[in-house]
Design a protein around this ligand. Structure first.
Ligand code: SF4
Ligand code: SF4
Length: 187
């Protein structure tokens, strides 16, 4: 990322607190899409051939409207890989222990999962982006109980982790464009 990178934080992020309550709601969302690099990385970590990993855990789907992270800046092009749902309608790596949700691939989970319920926007093309506006995704704002929960932390405590996820997400967006999955909308 460029040294001139600038961050703008939305008022609702500044005025809110956040801590994941591990409700598992976001692991049921349909729009958990993976770039080819993420698919390779998870398959390697699980020690499964990529074709087998895709067969067991993924489904290829055309999603015309991707919500949250990508919706305002990209249109979908062709089909993308998303997680195949388990019998409970969740991601296959979602597990519940003592009523708390957890992720079986937490340390190498997709970037979309790291970022939620936050998102970012930029008015410039990705390769020239100098300014990023960080906000809650509308979906996150509407549905994530981690926002303003009693254990929530303020932005100052979240800054480093969220900014890291945002930067990874900009890289992932470039990967998805290169993979042919996303098409940047000129605004
Ligand atoms: S919806 Fe929010 S609180 Fe629930 S698991 Fe996802 S990030 Fe955590
Ligand atoms: S990879 Fe982990 S965090 Fe992401 S949807 Fe699946 S279980 Fe949830």
């Amino acid at each position: 990322m460029t040294a001139n990178f600038q961050r703008f934080i939305s008022p609702r992020v500044k005025n809110s607190t956040y801590a994941c309550s591990r409700c598992g709601k976001c692991c049921k969302f349909p729009e958990i899409i993976l770039s080819n690099r993420e698919i390779r990385a998870i398959a390697i970590q699980l020690n499964i051939p990529i074709t087998k990993f895709k067969e067991i855990y993924l489904v290829k789907k055309e999603i015309h409207q991707i919500r949250s992270v990508f919706s305002e800046r990209f249109e979908i092009q062709g089909e993308v890989f998303i997680f195949r749902k388990n019998d409970q309608g969740s991601c296959p790596f979602h597990q519940v222990t003592d009523e708390k949700a957890s992720c079986q691939i937490y340390h190498f989970r997709p970037i979309v999962c790291r970022l939620y319920p936050f998102t970012w926007k930029t008015s410039a093309p990705l390769e020239k982006q100098m300014q990023l506006a960080i906000d809650f995704s509308q979906n996150g704002w509407d549905e994530c109980p981690g926002i303003n929960n009693t254990a929530g932390q303020k932005w100052d405590a979240l800054r480093e982790e969220v900014t890291g996820a945002v930067l990874l997400s900009t890289i992932q967006s470039n990967e998805l464009i290169a993979d042919g999955f996303l098409n940047q909308i000129a605004k």
